[in-house]
Every structure is written in C-alpha cells, then in structure tokens.
Design a protein around this ligand. Sequence first.
Ligand code: GLA
Length: 667
Amino acid sequence: MRRWQGDQIFFGGDYNPEQWPEETWAEDVDLMRRAGVNLVSVGIFSWALLEPAPGRYEFGWLDRVLDLLHAGGIGVDLATATASPPPWLARAHPETLPRRADGTVLWPGGRQAYCPSSPVFRDRSLALVEAIAGRYAEHPAVVMWHVSNELGCHNVHCYCDVSAEAFRTWLRDRYGDLDRLNAAWGTAFWTQRYGDWAEINPPRTAPTFANPTQQLDFLRFSSDEQRAQLRAEREVLRRLVRQPVTTNFMIGTGIKYLDYHSWAGDVDLVANDHYLTAADPRAHVNLALSADHTRGVAGGEPWLLMEHSTSAVNWQPRNVAKTPGQLRRNSLAHVARGADGVLFFQWRASRAGAEKFHSALVPHAGPDTKVFREVCQLGADLGALAEVRGSRVDADVAILFDYEAWWGVELDSHPSVDVTYSDRLAALHDALWRAGITADVVHPSTDLGRYRLVLAPTLYLVRDADADALRRFVEGGGTALVTYFSGVVDENDHIRLGGYPGAFRELLGVRTEEFFPLRAGERVRLDDGATADVWTEWLHPEGAEVLASYADGPLPGVAAVTRHAVGEGAAWYLGTRLDEAATDALVARLVAESGVRPAVPAAPGVEVVRRRDDERSWLFVINHTGDPARLSVSGVDLLTGARCDGELTVPAGEVAVIREDPAAAAA
Ligand code: GLA
C-alpha cells in the first residue's frame, strides 16, 4: 500500500478542461484556489483526444493543463484515460463491441462500449496507460492515479463470442475438469450435462430459466473480468509511477455486479462514488449506508469520496436540486464516516453532452450562485478539519454483506420476488441509524472479534467457513441476528439439506420445514402486537426460545422471532419481515443485550458519529431536522472555533465537529 493522505483533507472533483477553450483554464484555477480545491481528477474521458489515431499521441494540451494546475498549487489525480475507447477502435475492431444476452450489439456514441474480455481493448488501453504513465510519472502536480472510471458501470456483462471463450477459460481455472463443473452446476437437471468445454456459453437469452449456478458463475466471472482490467492497468502503473493508485468504486448506489470486497486489495486507497436518490426522502440515511459499506470495504481505513454532486444529477427521472445546507451536510456526513477527501463530479458544468444538466462546483450561472458559495464554505470547512484525517470511525456493530449472496438471492424462480437483498440490509441499517448506532458493513469473512453485535440480513448464500465464524463470534459472547432466507444454499447455489436456514440452523436452534411467502399486500399479526408482510415460514424451535409467534395468517401459533443462547452469547432469528416500528424495537433489544451504545444520545434525525485516533476523538453532529439539536458534549467545534462545556446546540440543518475533551475521548 502506498501512502495517500497528505496534510489536508482532499477537496475538488473531476476536471474536464478538454470541454472548454484554453482561455477558461486560468479562470478555473483562480476559482479553484478561491474555493480551497486541492485535488482534481483530470483526463478521465480524454482517450480520443490523447490518441486521436492509433499510436499517435497528442499530449500538448494535457502538459499545459497539468503545468497550470501545479502553478496554482492544485494536486492532480491523473486518469489513465481508458474509461471509454475512442470511436476509431470500434471501427477498426468491431469485435471489441459488447453484446447483450439477446445478441444486441452496444454501439459507440455513449460511453464504455467495449467488451471487458477483449484482448484488443486490453492491448490498446495498456499501451495508452504506458504512454501516459511514462510521460507524467514525475510531474510534480500528480499525487494519485485514477484507473479507468467506474469500471463495469455500463458494460459489466458481455455475452459475445470473445466473452464466451474467456468464460470457458475462467471455468477451467475454477473447476479443472468437466465432471466438477457438471456437479457444481447440477447439470443432471433438465439434461444440461456438458461433454465438451466448447458446449458452454454465457447464460444467453434462453427459452426459460437458465441454470442458476451458470448464472452465478457468469456474474463472478464478469466481476473478475472488470477487476482484471484494474489489475492490468495497476501493474503498468506500479512499474512506472510512485504515487498511489486507485479507481472509483460504486458502493451503495444499487450497483450490484462488482464484488468490491474482492477488489479492495488491488488499490492503494478505496475511493467511492455516491449519488443521492432524489425520490428518496431518507436519502441521507442511504448515504450513511454507502459510507459505512465503503469503510467496510476499506477494512476500516479512511477512504476517499471520489464523486458526489453539489446539487442535482441528470440521470434520474426527476433531478431534484439540493436545498441550502444539504451539500454541506452530505459532504461532512461522508467525512464523519471515514472519508478523508470530498470530491465531486464535476468542476465546471458542461455546455454540451448528455450530462449538461448535471450540477457542478461551478454552475452554468457562474460563481455568483448558492452552489459556488456553498462550495467555498465547504472548502473552508474541510480546511478546518485537517486534523481529523487518518483517524478511524468507532463502530461496535457489523452488518454482514456479500455481493455473492446478493446475486444469489435475486436469481429467478425463487419463493418470492419480494425477497430482495437490499431490503432488510437497509431496514436494519436504518433502525441502527435512528438509534444513533454506527455500524461497519463488512464481508462475512471479516474478523468479527472487535464487534459486540453482528447482523446478517438475507445472507442466502454463505460459505461453511463464514457460517462457522459467526458461530464462534456468538460462542465467544457476541450477539447475532440472522434474518429470513439466510443460510439456504452453499457457494454453488445448492440447497443445504435437512431444513432451513441450513448453515445457521444449529447456531439459531431452529429448523424450518417449509416457506410460506405471503401474497402481495398481505399482512400478518404477531402475538406481541407487531405486524409483518412478505414472508413467513413453518419454523420449529430446536433449543431456541420463542420471542414472538404469528397471531394470524397462514401459520397461527408458529414462532416468528427466536433467541438461542449459545456459549457466552446469543443468536436471534427473524423469520418474517417486520414493520418499521417492530424492527426498531427488535434492534433496540439487540442493542441493549449486546451493550452497544450511541456515540452520544441525540434527538431523532440528528446524526452523531465519532472518529478517533490514539490520542483524540472527534464528534460529528449533523442535524437533519428543522429544530435545534441539544447534546451533552464538551470540547471545541473545529468549524466555528467555539467551545462547548457540557452542552452543545447545533442549529437546524447545521453541522458541528467537536474535538472532544480528553475525558470523553476515553469513553
Ligand atoms: C458517474 C461517472 C461520472 C458522471 C457521473 C454523473 O459517477 O463516474 O463520469 O457520469 O456519474 O453523476
């Protein structure tokens, strides 16, 4: 790992000077300095300009941009520029174009129109990386390298013949011989047995449900192919440059098909892009989930927010602008949750192209705007928070997250389409957020020893070793909650026999003999007054204590919530989809039993997160409500310089970052 933090929190965004006449560049640098910008990502979509014809490079404009930025004291996160190939590549090599499952070709004219397994794309892109890295390795402006851009955002699944061949190679590596593949894929079913590797294809559009393990392996393969591009570019960079290397992940924005937990070791720092879903009134809670997950991918280390937006985006049905103060709350919430840098897409709002209505640091209306004033305010805020960088976020709770479980649970022909992966994940994270409890979202293979409470929402697919680790965590005194449709299959998507929830049956002390999913809109009542929908199951306690049972619905009298004392700890099971109030009540019981406490108690809607290093601690207080928030805290607000002694008031919509007096830090 190469060190990436400097003496400031990074602040800036994507800078696309190639979209503007050169006269604009000097003004850009002036405005950047005014705003306190110290890092910009340059060249992300400039392949066609840097290499206008195969092998003919034109770097003059980029030389001038980097020199200008350096003269202005602005650092550069330099792109490898491979994010999207130039039109000449598809013309010379139409076989590099990606294809959908039904054979449709995806043509150039948008972006990322390349087959991720294409050897031609790989060669040409690496030649470009080699040329750029060779030229700018020693440029004093360059502080970081940015591989590609959001790898796999639009082209993660390609079903073309080149991809089919690469898929076969990947399968040979995984299984060695066809007998093992046939066993893993369960090809005795529907006469799918393969007698020759050449018979195997990606799961192209078929008359009916494709083999689920074939689908799962294709998803694994597709994530690995994108990762292979990252690794190939990184290898070139490692050889030629000394600065840290990263790429922007898309954690927590509904992007499902890139297994970032497996990619984290390929970058020197984890960087993430996050955009609010405008239609979601609780988008700031989803932001927290994304940040908590990014930190989990980063192994608890600080990470970089590579992109978010100053205001509206352009790609949602209704692109709602941010209200005054929202940009600041959003940005500082990321810092609270471990970001040591806050960057945006993009510096100056484009005049042309598909993203011309996307907000930027400098809007179309220019710097005399709410957005640019808030940008300058944020630059000053981040400057005042410099001492926080490098510190870690306090979290005693882990939520287990596995992309493969997500892929598995949402494959077709399952008991209910209403069982989705992110549903209970978000519900439990929300309940913790409301309780003021910070959680790390981590892969099930993470060492759980440092947590008191572990939640496993919808962990449908789980490996033996990971199920075992959860058992050891509970035996050692931890509290765990597993929710319905977990532990059902192994890594081949084969059912674990003997009753559900398979891998967790013994730990939970329950055995389910049959699932009873509910009809759309159907609700059941529990005997403790809670209501639930979507899912019920015929569950037998086998050692577990019953905490609540169904009062009606298809299974009156059957257990819905259970607790099993195991070793020094306890394993709780939730067999149905509780309403929000009941979820809050359940989480409150788990929190109480495990001894987890909020950083500092606060009113609903007031977000409080603590970061700490070996000597100091900082309390981030973000008031999302319309009323002033009062908390008992002592220390100095880094944003205002004001002291508080025992009582802190944060006005409606405002943020405070308190360096706590040492007594509190010892908590
Ligand atoms: C992504 C991309 C950017 C831009 C933004 C728009 O994050 O990386 O290039 O398209 O979305 O929101």
